[in-house]
Design a protein around this ligand. Structure first.
Ligand code: 13P
Ligand code: SF4
Length: 325
């Protein structure tokens, strides 16, 4: 079987015997095939719980670079699985649903971006890992929300920068670093763009003791009222280290699973999205991964994420530059 056996919707499907225990079957297949499951914090709770490793984008790329498994099953979105393939080309990398894309990665297309950077040949191109492999191949260095400040500060102050694709993270970094020589691509994530300032202010009034914490992919008005801004991993760290017992959380709601696990005696309130748009704070792409798809992916070793070897060689350079930091 190969990728042509994957259905039009981008995943393997078949009717399952009702008596099958998916968790047991996944664990059995993992051992049989020397496979590891890497999952992002935005995955459904049951996927996080069965994964060998759960992390944010940075930790997942570090893990993908170290892992010695024959097969990596990526419970996340396509750019993450591609990054895993670029860093571990000898492993078979599987993504249970090929439609698990990313609105942020989609907002930065190769042809447009190539033409854009050609206008600024003296600029260093810094891209958030939430991009396709071909965008990475045009980059000097990658970053994630966990290390973006470090990455920006590693570039001499006098060197102009193009930052892509997230305008909110870009503007946040620009303000934080005080660099005027930074041009920002106009992309965004549909989940983080959606939080409603008005509803958050109302929630704050309702829970006056709660700290409001936000991911830097949120727009500036949201970040301006935050008590703490940080990547998924930083938000997790903050709710454990801070003495408050209530938190209003503005990022994808999958993270609440780990927050509750780590701090069962604290209260976590998901920040509400505006009612326009999809009206939810879940990433619809992340949530395409289900236990059933994970099981069938392991069983048939499909769909497989393939990246052209010449592209791997190019895209690997900016990712490794980031990991060296
Ligand atoms: P981090 O994992 O770097 O916090 O990024 C959040 C995100 O949107 C991943 O898709
Ligand atoms: Fe992309 Fe946003 Fe979903 Fe992350 S949460 S995968 S940035 S669409």
């Amino acid at each position: 079987m190969n990728n042509s056996n994957v259905n039009n919707l981008g995943y393997i499907d078949e009717e399952l015997d009702g008596s099958i225990c998916l968790v047991d079957e996944i664990n059995r297949l993992k051992l049989e095939k020397n496979a590891v499951i890497l999952a992002h914090y935005y995955q459904n709770a049951e996927i996080q719980d069965i994964a060998d490793f759960v992390g944010d984008s940075l930790a997942l790329s570090q893990k993908a670079a170290q892992v010695k498994a024959d097969t990596i099953v990526f419970a996340g979105v396509k750019f993450m699985a591609e990054t895993a393939k670029i860093l571990s080309p000898a492993s078979k990398v599987l993504l249970p649903d090929m439609n698990a894309g990313c609105s942020l990665a989609e907002s930065c297309k190769y042809v447009e971006f190539k033409a854009f950077i050609a206008k600024y040949p003296d600029h260093k191109v810094v891209t958030y890992v939430n991009t396709t492999a071909d965008i990475k191949s045009l980059s000097y260095i990658c970053c994630t929300s966990s290390n973006a400040v470090k990455v920006i500060n590693s570039i001499p102050k006098g060197d102009p920068i193009i930052f892509a694709p997230d305008r909110n993270l870009g503007n946040y970094l620009k303000a934080l670093s005080g660099r005027d020589n930074m041009i920002i691509w106009d992309g965004a994530c549909h989940v983080h763009e959606q939080f409603s300032l008005e509803k958050i202010l109302r929630l704050r009034a309702e829970y006056p003791k709660a700290k409001f914490i936000a991911h830097p992919e949120c727009p500036k008005p949201i970040l301006t009222i935050a008590d703490f801004i940080g990547s998924t991993q930083d938000l997790l760290g903050f709710v454990s280290s801070d003495s408050s017992t209530e938190f209003i959380v503005a990022t994808e709601s999958g993270i609440l699973h780990q927050m509750v696990k780590n701090e069962p005696n604290k209260r976590f309130i998901p920040a509400p999205p505006s009612s326009s748009g999809c009206g939810c704070n879940e990433c619809s792409y992340m949530k395409l991964i289900t236990l059933k798809k994970l099981y069938l992916t392991l069983k048939y070793e499909l769909p497989e994420v393939l990246v052209d070897s010449a592209l791997i060689d190019l895209a690997r350079i900016p990712i490794e530059r980031m990991l060296k930091l």
